[in-house]
Design a protein around this ligand. Structure first.
Ligand code: SAH
Ligand code: SF4
Ligand code: F3S
Length: 452
């Protein structure tokens, strides 16, 4: 008899998730595969039989956090008399698996992002103290085939991973090395997962991929060829009960006209579009191997706005990429002024081992990066505040998801992904309700229940 068929004894599981939404999705799937083994989630690591750190490698700071967290876990493990099992998953595990095992002997197992379906087997190996507990194979097909499509919905909003990996090799980025080559799931498996979630009352689905708009999944049974993201969105839009669709993150090079026109056609596709540009100077974009120019990016954003005039635009930026001059940086500021963003994430360039950027001449001083980041973030804050203030006086449909901090207050999301606080609305959690926006700050909106 194998471990899986015995009645499992109850055990506690603590997962800490770093990094992007792909990791959030993966953590949920790890909870799913561990459930039949008797693991139930806990909020406290010191209470857990199994602790999983689902890690991010994107910037140096993210990676360093993992090693300091492991130091603390080691102390908890000793306090537990060694009963706690510690697993490191995610992108640091993929990139530095052997190093983790060497630097922190308290770690019992290491598994990369494509190996989560092997968790039960690996835990059994730890218990028996046999075999290899480092698993960093790249087999995305196997991962998706092995993970159950049926999932328990957790709230009204769910993430669904449809594409993984990246073949773009931007010269600053570790993702192609940590997540492997691009892979798209089949349309049928995605539809089955989304239908299952909708049947449990999920109203909002966010489709995930490192390059989600490069999606090219096998067409449904009975049809030949592959579908792109535009086609997939049109199909999912018909699923009963689903009221909101989103997708993230896209690459400018894969933004085709079919996907752009979906913004004009589909009411359920939310008017929020995150398209990272990274920089505004064509010289820097070339050195980054982004395969698009500032002009082609601006043109894409213009076309999306043409289809959906109220769309909220978002981006990611890196300042201080090797060789970035003051003039190059000013080109980034100009691009931001031209596009006008509703929100954006911006980062100082972080030198990542193994990427071409790390070896380039002209690494930029930390102080210069700091100064550029502050200027860019000030401009973005101005634009976000302005965008938020434009909503005052409008009535927006809000999907209520959580209790607010104040008595009776509920928190929800506008179509533009803004947080909205509303008094006396806790009874509306799980619903989409019209809200009159009466106030706006940099970080959120306040509203009152619409009487219109
Ligand atoms: N696949 C997505 C996101 C990748 S990671 C895309 O192609 O846009 C998310 C963001 O982290 C990137 O958009 C980039 O702005 C930032 N990032 C990636 N590598 C970085 C590095 N070495 N230093 C600083 N920021 C980085
Ligand atoms: Fe990284 Fe570039 Fe791939 Fe995005 S497109 S994941 S930034 S290599
Ligand atoms: Fe980080 Fe890996 Fe996501 S490096 S950003 S967790 S793909």
């Amino acid at each position: 008899m194998t471990e899986q068929t015995q009645t499992p004894s109850p055990k506690k599981l603590f997962i800490k998730t770093y990094g992007c939404q792909m990791n959030v999705y993966d953590s949920d799937r790890m909870r799913d595969v561990l459930k039949p083994l008797g693991y139930t989630p806990t909020d406290a690591p010191d209470d857990a039989d199994l602790v999983v750190l689902n890690t991010c490698h994107i910037r140096e700071k993210a990676t360093e956090k993992v090693f300091s967290e492991l130091g603390q876990l080691k102390r908890m493990k000793s306090a537990s008399g060694g009963k706690m099992t510690i697993a490191v998953a995610g992108c640091v595990a993929q990139a530095e698996g052997a190093e983790i095992m060497r630097r922190q002997p308290a770690v019992d197992l290491v598994l990369g992002p494509q190996s989560y379906h092997k968790l039960p087997e690996m835990i059994a190996k730890v218990a028996r103290q046999t075999g290899d507990v480092l698993e960093t194979e790249f087999d995305v097909q196997e991962k998706f085939d092995a993970l159950p499509i049926k999932r328990d919905a957790d709230g009204m909003s769910a993430l669904v991973s449809i594409q993984e990996g990246c073949d773009k090799f931007c010269t600053f980025c570790v993702v192609p090395y940590t997540r492997g080559a691009e892979f798209s799931r089949s349309v049928d498996t995605i539809v089955a997962e989304v239908r299952g979630l909708a049947a449990q009352g999920v109203k909002e689905i966010t489709l995930l991929g490192q390059n989600v708009n490069a999606f090219h999944g096998a067409a449904p049974a009975g049809e030949n060829g592959e579908w792109g993201l535009g086609q997939l969105l049109r199909h999912l839009a018909k699923i009963g009960g689903l009221e909101r669709l989103r997708f993230t993150t896209s690459h400018p090079k894969d933004m085709d006209d079919d996907l752009i026109s979906a913004y004009g056609e589909l009411d359920v596709l939310m008017p929020y579009f995150h398209l990272p540009v990274q920089a505004g100077s064509n010289r820097v974009l070339k050195a980054m191997n982004r395969s698009h120019t500032a002009e082609s990016y601006i043109e894409t954003m213009r076309k999306v706005r043409e289809q959906r005039p109220d769309v909220a635009l978002a981006s990611d930026f890196i300042v201080g990429f090797p060789g970035e001059t003051d003039e190059d940086f000013e080109a980034t500021m100009d691009l931001v002024r031209e596009v006008k963003y509703a929100s954006a994430y911006s980062f100082k360039y972080s030198r990542r081992p193994g990427t071409p950027g790390a070896e380039m001449f002209g690494q930029v001083d930390e102080a210069v990066k700091d100064e550029r980041l502050q200027r860019l973030q000030a401009l973005i804050r101005e634009q976000t505040t302005e965008f938020n203030q434009q909503q005052v006086g409008r009535t927006l449909p809000v999907l209520f998801t959580h209790n607010g901090k104040l008595e009776g207050q509920a928190l929800g999301k506008s179509p533009y992904l803004q947080s909205v606080h509303v008094e006396n609305a806790q009874h509306l959690i799980g619903k989409i309700v019209d809200v009159e926006i009466v106030g706006a700050t940099l970080s959120s909106l306040t509203g009152v229940l619409s009487t219109k």
